[in-house]
Ligand binder design. Structure first.
Ligand code: NAP
Ligand code: HSE
Length: 439
């Protein structure tokens, strides 16, 4: 055991992640002390409801409801694990102003207020550890900011939301309904307090902005790039993709394209032979390409108690040994390059998957093909199965059949123009779906 001064931590939040952090610190105290060079001691744990039954047993005098401990002179580090941006932002600001280092798993907060909080940390000569904020237990922040620092990253693509990936796997491989899959993700502790953030693509987009800032030095606003979630997908889409040789994954992309930064977060058809297509359940994967290293893949559990706690505790160890204090300011120097312009969404070029509910009448296929052709979109393949389940709403109503098209490469701008024309077309239902393809 070390005879050095312990590093004292005030934790705020004892939910899924906070409880995991306590488990590691308490159950592996000897190992953590060895790796940190000194004991990491939990001074106090702040919660909302002190009467709640927890999955970890803590002495009553360790649990508190007052945030005063943040400024306590004995505390070296404040660990923010409550989520949200309002109180969490206040906690991080208060901690930094009081001269404490901060560890957080909160990507929503860093995406919204990161610039201000990082600046405050610089002024206070303190560090913010945020490995757990992106991809749970996968050490991707360290990879991008340290391990690959010899490279110009040229492309970064990732499955960054464990909940969405878990839901897609449940639906396709286990025949679970979308609603039950969401509930299962919540039970397993993968989902955000508001799971809408997971399924509408917000959480993955927030993580993408953090990674893009580290890898390319450009801070993007969520409004600046296409963002689509898995909440509009049907099981039928997952099955069509499967038949066509693809898996659908919520894919976040940041890449250099002609001197600009191309960004998007969308459910994407990924060819089955690619490593990313095989990432199931709450696993995340990030494919990074650097000019020296070529392609590298980082994978692991992207959500859940112990994987996320693993990253939080590693950040605490980094602070205890003084690694974060060195690398945090260096990150600034590295990022002082001129920010790249963000590629206008209309200029993004890909192939697309289109799924319609179309009126089964003469001329429908021709009408759809005409609209696409007039907008410069070329059809690569088409599926229209004669189906007994094709819906005939009433004897007077025409029969509706599903129609699936794959396009050749075209621009988002061309597709958007085609979308507008398709919305005007009485031969197809308005709720058609369009997804990008990654071959
Ligand atoms: P959670 O299970 O909902 O836990 C939140 C905890 O914060 C609870 O213990 C709650 O107290 C406490 N809390 C909330 N508001 C508070 C306040 N105003 N004052 C004091 N305590 C407060 O959340 P979580 O899943 O652990 O997530 C925490 C953070 O980690 C979020 O930023 C999330 O995005 C991030 N994260 C989560 C995962 C994951 O897999 N879950 C993975 C990566 C990152 P009570 O228990 O008394 O209600
Ligand atoms: N809700 C997030 C996810 C937690 O499912 O990926 C990890 O950030």
């Amino acid at each position: 055991m070390s005879d050095q001064q312990p590093m004292r931590v005030a934790m705020v939040g004892l939910g899924t992640v906070g409880s995991g952090v306590i488990k590691i610190l308490f159950e592996q105290a000897e190992r953590i002390t060895r790796r940190a060079g000194r004991p990491i001691v939990v001074e106090s744990v702040v919660v909302r409801d002190p009467t709640k039954v927890r999955s970890v047993n803590l002495a009553d005098d360790l649990i508190d409801t007052s945030l005063d401990v943040i400024e306590h002179p004995d505390v070296d580090v404040v660990c923010e694990l409550i989520g949200g941006t309002t109180t969490a932002g206040d906690i991080v600001r208060q901690a930094l102003q009081a001269g404490k280092h901060v560890v957080t798993a909160n990507k929503a907060l860093l995406c919204e207020q990161g610039d201000e909080l990082f600046q405050l940390a610089r002024e206070q000569k303190r560090a913010i550890g945020f490995e757990a904020a992106v991809a749970g237990g996968v050490p991707i922040i360290e990879a991008v900011s340290q391990s690959l620092s010899a490279n110009q990253i040229t492309s970064l693509e990732g499955i960054l939301n464990g909940t969405s990936n878990f839901i897609l796997t449940e639906m396709l491989d286990r025949n679970v309904s979308y609603e039950d899959a969401v509930a299962n993700a919540q039970k397993k502790g993968y989902a955000e307090a508001d799971p809408a953030m997971d399924v509408d693509g917000t959480d993955a987009a927030q993580k993408l902005t953090l990674l893009a800032q580290l890898a390319f030095g450009t801070k993007a606003d969520l409004k600046q790039f296409p963002r689509q979630g898995i909440d509009k997908l049907d099981l039928a889409d997952l099955k069509y993709a499967d038949t066509l040789g693809y898996r659908i994954k919520l894919l976040a992309v940041a890449r250099l394209t002609g001197g600009s930064l191309e960004l998007h977060t969308q459910p994407t058809l990924i060819r089955k032979y690619q490593p990313m297509a095989d990432v199931d359940d709450a696993y995340n994967m990030i494919e990074l390409e650097g000019d020296a290293v070529g392609k590298t893949w980082f994978a692991g559990m992207g959500a859940g108690q112990m994987p996320t706690a693993s990253s939080v505790v590693s950040d605490l160890i980094d602070l205890a040994v003084g690694r974060s204090q060195k690398t945090f300011p260096l990150l600034d120097l590295w990022q002082s390059q001129k920010p790249l312009p963000i590629l206008p969404a209309d200029e993004i070029k890909r192939r697309y998957y289109l799924r319609f509910h179309a009126v089964d009448e003469p001329g429908t296929m021709a009408a759809v093909a005409n609209i696409l052709g007039e907008n410069g979109v070329s059809i690569a393949s088409c599926i229209q199965h004669e189906s007994e389940s094709s819906v005939k709403t009433s004897p007077k109503e025409p029969k509706i059949v599903p129609l699936v098209l794959m396009t050749h490469i075209c621009s988002e701008g061309q597709m958007k123009a085609a979308d507008r024309a398709l919305l005007e077309c009485s031969r197809i239902k308005k709720n058609f779906l369009r997804l990008p393809i990654r071959d």
